[in-house]
Design a protein around this ligand. Structure first.
Ligand code: GLN
Length: 456
């Protein structure tokens, strides 16, 4: 009840949710009954979870913030949602986002603009801006987002919460509306690393409905938090941390740089061995990401044809029906991505763009592999700046894309990463949060969570 009244109080200003469930109290009562019957539900029992609107929830609107899916209510739950419900978690509602995950500010939602709880004139980041802001504003306890190129980590940084992007394949994508299938992962937001880690544990694991989900064991992430001795003077003794040189060069705000350097000193004080590492192909990641993500999206979004799902705009002739449904259903950013992707995949351009981007992807994977052979984790800022003003980058897509430089490489390599608050810079009524990104080796979320938990 207290969360619902907090939503009622803050939502008119924040606009984090596209839909709030009518069943929260009923669901909570059911959890009580299951517990009374002796069911052992674990740490998620009764936990209120916000869910990004591109994750399918049975019978509840799931629109990916697009007009083309305005009235769509899926007949099934995404695997992550199914697991959450089995463990007693409660879906409190569906959160706002950039349409189909394409954007970095949540301004590309077809329905509303979400405000950053730290400063209502600023963006919460994106594309999972609603999920990040809802946790920051304590409208829910934890939330789910999706991260194709930084959409969990960058809004976590802008809103001062923890954002966890798992290894590609750790969490089933079944029921996550596809943006770029080789990059997409469902990720978790929480107020603490432990909260985000517990949610990740609940949704992880192999799923026969997603052929790219991994059969790797899912360790008990919780033990990482329970076994920490906070009185030990150097709890991270000997942990090798590489700070990525290319992420602290020109174009990064000075306040962000100094917060990152202070975070590095804090890790050293906890016992870590700090070195500088270089990822030589780092700057190639951004163009490669936008070619690959747009290409995959142009294929994935062809399913929205006005026939199978969502809005249909009637016409005399079938091709006109497709044109009108897609023309009226998709927003400007989505149309631009479809055009870019279709172009990059066309005969005659394929070798110059798509193939080349895939080659860059291999280089980036090699860079990370080499750096993670020498280090346990790598660190960088989560974004080159703190949250910017609503409208500031809306008409300058290239400037907005450039803000993804810290995060996209991690998706190209499929690695896990966590972003956690590491300081404030000037701005807004009480300062603006800055996030530190920690990147780990594939399927080594455990180490990330341990270091992150001790760090915070
Ligand atoms: N901002 C990036 C994009 O627009 C990343 C989005 C995401 O991770 N979904 O593609």
């Amino acid at each position: 009840k207290s969360y619902l009244s907090r939503i009622r109080l803050t939502e008119p200003q924040l606009k984090c949710f596209l839909h709030v469930s009518e069943n929260v109290l009923k669901d909570a009562e059911e959890i009580d009954q299951r517990i009374a019957k002796g069911e052992e539900l674990g740490p998620l029992a009764g936990v209120l979870i916000g869910v990004k609107d591109n994750i399918c929830t049975e019978g509840m609107p799931s629109t990916a913030a697009s007009r083309i899916l305005e009235h769509y209510r899926p007949p099934f739950d995404a695997t992550a949602i199914k697991k959450i419900k089995e463990l007693g978690g409660i879906v409190v509602g569906k959160t706002n986002m950039d349409e189909f995950g394409m954007g970095s500010t949540t301004e590309a939602s077809a329905f509303q603009v979400t405000a950053n709880p730290w400063d209502l004139t600023r963006v919460p980041g994106g594309s999972s801006g609603g999920s990040a802001a809802a946790v920051a504003a304590r409208q829910c306890m934890v939330s789910l987002g999706s991260d194709t190129g930084g959409s969990v980590r960058q809004p976590a940084s802008f809103c001062g919460v923890v954002g966890l992007k798992p290894t590609y394949g750790r969490v089933s994508r079944f029921g996550l509306m596809a943006y770029a299938s080789s990059l997409d992962v469902i990720g978790c937001f929480g107020s603490t690393v432990a909260d985000a880690g517990m949610l990740l544990h609940a949704i992880s694991g192999y799923d026969r409905f997603d052929s790219t989900s991994s059969k790797q064991d899912v360790p008990e992430f919780q033990s990482q938090f329970l076994s920490v001795d906070h009185f030990e003077s150097k709890p991270l003794k000997g942990v090798k941390v590489g700070i990525i040189r290319e992420t602290l060069e020109d174009g990064v705000d000075s306040g962000v740089k100094s917060a990152t350097q202070e975070a590095a000193s804090h890790l050293e004080a906890l016992g870590c061995i700090l070195t500088e590492v270089s990822l030589p192909s780092f700057s190639l990641g951004l163009p490669a990401y936008y070619v690959i993500a747009s290409s995959e999206s142009s294929s994935n979004l062809s399913r929205y044809d006005g026939v199978r799902y969502g809005n249909q705009v009637m016409a005399e002739e079938l091709n006109r029906l497709y044109e009108r449904s897609r023309g009226e259903g998709f927003g400007g950013e989505v149309k631009m991505r479809i055009l870019m992707g279709t172009y990059a995949l066309s005969a005659g351009y394929y070798d110059a763009y798509y193939k080349r981007a895939q080659q860059v992807r291999t280089l980036i994977q090699k860079d990370f592999k080499a750096a993670l052979e020498q280090n346990d984790i790598l660190i960088s800022p989560a974004a080159p700046s703190a949250a910017y003003k609503i409208g500031e980058k809306k008409n300058d897509p290239l400037a907005m894309y450039a803000g993804d430089i810290m995060t996209v490489n991690v998706n190209l390599a499929g690695l896990p990463a966590v972003v956690l608050p590491c300081g404030l810079v000037e701005g807004g009524p009480s300062g603006l949060p800055v996030g530190l990104q920690m990147i780990g080796a594939a399927f080594d979320e455990e180490k990330l969570l341990r270091v992150g938990h001790i760090f915070e």
